[in-house]
Design a protein around this ligand. Structure first.
Ligand SMILES: C[S@@+](CC[C@H](N)C(=O)[O-])C[C@H]1O[C@@H](n2cnc3c(N)ncnc32)[C@H](O)[C@@H]1O
Length: 207
């Protein structure tokens, strides 16, 4: 497998047309099965201004643009990954980095600013399988409340999870009054399992 980028925090590899991303020593994703990354973008509906936590291989951001988003701010923790994108490490990352509709920002999505039609979080393998321990705060009430308060009236917050998280669902339901569970069945080799997206609206505008 050819290593495209290897830094302190990420490894990007390619073999036989498959791209794989390792973050903080943990497998984050590869390009063979990306239906949940695309479903995450689709869950934003017709959002025009979207904040995305986590660049990854850029599937969610690319789909948002295809769905008509006008501004996509992608906040990515790994400066190496952003550099790799700017250097065109993969065709998709290169296209995103040079697209005038995309603001590619190095930072922790916990520190986001602004008002958004949708906020999409895909920064771990979900709250039950953290890639960075510090990300635990992203699944707690204080941060989720701030996300919901930063949405436009018809806005949506969507959180990607590798499995159901009753605790996260309960927190979102309490903050927003209602939470939708979107199940994305996935097959990887012999294994089939369900990824889960939790979608919530600001309390005044429920789905
Ligand atoms: C699974 S990937 C995202 C996949 C992306 N949805 C896609 O379509 O390719 C997770 C990304 O989140 C980044 N990340 C992890 N913690 C973060 C944080 N607190 N703020 C911003 N980005 C973070 C990782 O470096 C990684 O690039």
């Amino acid at each position: 497998m050819g290593v495209v980028i290897e830094s302190d925090d990420i490894v990007l590899r390619e073999r036989d047309g498959v791209t794989e991303l390792i973050v903080n020593g943990v497998f984050a994703m590869d390009s063979t099965e990306v239906s949940s990354e695309l479903a995450l973008a689709d869950a934003a509906g017709a959002a025009r201004r979207v904040l995305v936590g986590g660049l990854g291989l850029g599937y969610t951001a690319t789909r948002l643009l295809a769905n008509g988003a006008e501004t996509v701010r992608v906040v990515e923790l790994s400066a190496s990954l952003v550099d790799a994108a700017r250097g065109g490490a993969t065709d998709q990352l290169g296209r995103l980095a040079s697209d005038p509709r995309v603001e590619l920002v190095v930072g922790d999505v916990a520190d986001f600013t602004g008002t958004w039609d949708a906020i999409l979080l895909d920064v771990d393998n979900g709250p039950t399988f953290l890639i960075h321990d510090a990300n635990a705060k992203l699944y707690r009430a204080a941060f989720l409340r701030r996300c919901l308060a930063s949405l436009t009236p018809s806005g949506r917050l969507v959180v990607w999870c590798e499995a159901r998280s009753p605790e996260l669902a309960a927190t979102l339901a309490e903050l927003a009054g209602h939470v939708e569970t979107i199940v994305v069945p996935v097959t990887r080799g012999e294994r089939t399992f369900d990824y889960v997206l939790y979608r919530a609206a600001a309390p005044t505008h429920r789905t």
